[in-house]
Design a protein around this ligand. Structure first.
Ligand code: GCW
Length: 692
């Protein structure tokens, strides 16, 4: 089943430790698995693959409970098999959220069974992956009592893949894996991708870019150039989409589509896409009904409207609620919904304030089939941002959080920047939406129409993610969506062990690299006290947002001769005032504003002294250099694994570390020289060149 031209990621299924083999074999050699739904085929296939790899043999599958053995595995719905409903109260299982599962060791008629049961088919797949993960991690499975419910109802990957041309906007791992020319023919890679996602609990995939109308780079092939994402709503393409859906469905994952707001004009020959126009409403209704005839479990639409050149309701002087609701209404009576992005901004003195200005006042006006999808921060997936004010400002609206798994601003496919700690910080942030103790993760988990979306990272590269170490972000994203209470260190440990094995030296070294990577990334890209958005922005899609260019967008950093930072306090651009108290107060006051966000909220003199006695500019110099040193240490740590980690992955990562060190040095030098030229204050340690 494995195609050797690409990596197995964390589903390596390496043989377990000899000492544990007998215990696992005893419980897992015989399996009695329900039949019927496509998901159940996935359960069997995964058990075969996983157990053959880890225990040396695939299990024997029975079509009734095997009575001659002492132990067996049972997987099925609460009421369909005696070893399940005679040992576990079905009502306990039916009461669980969709996709949940129970794994329990039970005694049944003198035999011991490991039962996996769930309220829906997908839960059985997730439960199977959970059990296999325990084996891969070397954990005991002889006395299990697990009830696992996903905290977030929707756990979705947003691909920014451009169909037909197969490029990926902000993708750093090669071409898109989705081959629309050949669909409805499927590829093994779709199955393996679905397995990776399902193994960490993902339940939705949007396979096309939110930019449905803009090619991200020219192509020589006109036939390809003419076609774009908005055309996926055409019948012929919907049939191709059903083929993809049929693969993902086996793994409990629903397929969605990014759609263009002007689709009624582009595809439907209408003259307007005005949401108040009855013909427009009818057009969307007919289109959605048509989709459900073809794809009965369709997940819904994702929409980028009035943003970066995409059409939207503002074209007709309508609000985003009016714009979204015409789509939402079309989903009445269907299972899916509309994910409407809040990423809306235009020429403005401070971009940070804009999403709130566009959305906060229409809280409560959205149709129940609409979710407003908000990026974690107010700018754009920067190395570190404060948490978006909108999470605490729209109690009457279903909200989704958008995170970026791909590393657009965090070193792209080269720097192994681990995003899990950044996401934890965002999810744990207390919004005070319902008084103290209302973190973002609780706001999101509160209602069914909500959840977390992550901008995808995979491509055709054999590593899937451009750098083997970056697989950790896809893994961690899924695990956190399922359970945002997991600790970063535990997610890391799980990922490293499944990916590189249990050698203590390897586990420690790789974990250390990942845990140091985010702070290092912040330091050399920003100086660590709240600056951001200092990257190159050329026409070349592949090089964009990678190199340093602090002079390009002065409004984001507010650098002047006397100081640096942007006044976003209540007296300044007003961004801080969009939070609830006491957050506003905390950020407004330079004394209580957390140091890591200081220059995001305040414009301070270059020689303003911080708590530790160092000036602003000296702190920037020091942090930039600390970032470079950290990257050098990360590289040295990786190099200590030569000959221990397999050569293929070792060399791939080592080469990227050489590039990473080079790039971190370049960022550090470029930023420091810029700060020096603006401030004319030399580095106290003489590291920054002071003459041309
Ligand atoms: O981060 C910016 C990216 C764009 C992206 C946009 C968005 C898909 O630079 O490439 O477009 O955000 O989120 O819509």
């Amino acid at each position: 089943m494995f195609d050797t031209t690409y990596d197995d990621c964390w589903l390596q299924y390496e043989p377990v430790d000899d000492a544990d083999l007998a215990a696992y074999r005893e419980r897992l050699s015989h399996a009695y698995v329900s039949e019927g739904a496509p998901e159940l085929g996935a359960v069997r296939a995964e058990l075969q693959l996983g157990l053959e790899g880890m225990l040396g043999d695939e299990p024997h599958f029975w079509q009734h409970p095997p009575r001659s053995v002492e132990n067996f595995l049972v997987i099925g719905h609460p009421e369909e098999m005696r070893p399940i409903h005679q040992t576990i109260d079905p009502d306990e299982v039916w009461a669980l959220e969709d996709d949940s599962y129970v794994i329990r060791t039970v005694e049944w008629e003198g035999q011991e069974c490991t039962v996996i049961t769930a309220p829906n088919d997908a839960g059985l797949v997730y439960g199977t992956f959970d059990l296999l993960r325990r084996v891969a991690l070397g954990e005991p499975i002889d006395d299990l009592d697990i009830v696992s419910e996903p905290a977030n109802n929707s756990r979705i990957i947003n691909h920014w893949d451009n169909p037909f041309r197969r490029s990926v906007e902000r993708g750093y791992a090669g071409q898109s894996i989705f081959d629309w020319e050949r669909l409805p023919d499927t590829r093994q890679r779709y199955f393996d991708y679905a397995r990776l996602l399902s193994s960490v609990g993902i339940n939705g995939v949007v396979p096309n870019n939110v930019n449905t109308g803009i090619p991200d780079r020219p192509t020589a092939n006109d036939a390809v150039a003419e076609r774009a994402g908005w055309q996926l709503l055409e019948r012929e393409n919907l049939e191709k989409l059903e083929s993809l859906a049929s693969v993902f469905r086996r793994y409990g994952i629903q397929i969605y589509l990014s759609v263009n707001y002007a689709a009624p004009i582009r595809l439907g020959d209408l003259e307007t896409a005005d949401p108040h126009d009855p013909e427009v409403q009818q057009w969307w209704q007919d289109k959605v009904d048509e989709i459900y005839e073809i794809i009965p479990d369709f997940g819904g639409f994702l929409v980028k409207a009035d943003s970066e050149g995409q059409p939207g309701p503002y074209d007709y002087d309508r609000s985003h609620a009016e714009g979204a609701n015409v789509l939402g209404e079309a989903f009445e009576g269907h299972s899916g919904r509309v994910w409407w992005r809040a990423f809306v901004y235009s020429e403005h003195d401070d971009r940070a304030v804009q999403a709130y200005e566009a959305f906060e006042h229409i809280d409560g006006e959205f149709h129940e089939k609409v979710t407003v999808q908000i990026k974690n921060g107010p700018i754009d997936f920067q190395q570190r941002e404060p948490v978006s004010t909108l999470f605490g400002a729209m109690p009457e609206t279903d909200l989704g959080c958008e995170l970026q798994i791909t590393g657009e601003y965090t070193g792209q496919g080269v720097h192994p920047t681990y995003h899990v700690p950044m996401w934890k910080e965002a999810l744990e942030f207390d919004t005070y939406a319902d008084g103290e103790g209302t973190p973002v993760k609780d706001v999101l988990a509160e209602r069914d129409g909500q959840g977390i979306a992550g901008v995808g990272i995979v491509g055709e590269d054999p590593s899937w993610t451009g750098n083997y170490l970056l697989q950790s972000n896809l893994y961690g994203f899924g695990r956190l969506c399922w359970n945002p209470d997991l600790e970063t260190e535990d997610i890391t440990d799980e990922w490293v062990r499944q990916t590189f094995g249990h050698d203590d030296g390897v586990v420690d070294a790789v974990s250390e690299i990942l845990h140091d990577s985010w702070q290092a990334c912040i330091d050399y890209h920003t100086g660590g006290i709240g600056l951001m958005h200092m990257m190159y922005n050329g026409e070349e899609a592949l090089e964009n947002h990678y190199d340093p260019a602090p002079w390009e967008w002065p409004e984001y950093i507010g650098a002047t001769e006397d100081g640096i930072g942007v006044d976003r306090t209540s007296e300044g651009s007003g961004y801080a005032a969009q939070y609830r108290d006491p957050i506003t107060e905390r950020y407004d006051d330079v004394e209580s504003c957390p140091k890591e966000l200081l220059l995001f909220f305040h414009h301070l003199e270059w020689d303003h002294e911080l708590e530790d006695g160092r000036t602003v500019v000296q702190t920037l110099y020091d942090n930039c250099h600390a970032g470079v040193n950290a990257v050098r240490e990360m590289r040295a740590t990786w190099e200590s694994l030569e000959g221990i980690v397999d050569d293929r992955r070792y060399r791939h990562v080592a080469q990227r570390f050489d590039e990473h060190v080079f790039q971190a040095e370049r960022w550090c030098e470029t930023l420091c020289v810029y700060f020096y030229e603006k401030s004319e204050i030399p580095d106290a340690h003489g590291r920054v060149p002071t003459s041309e």
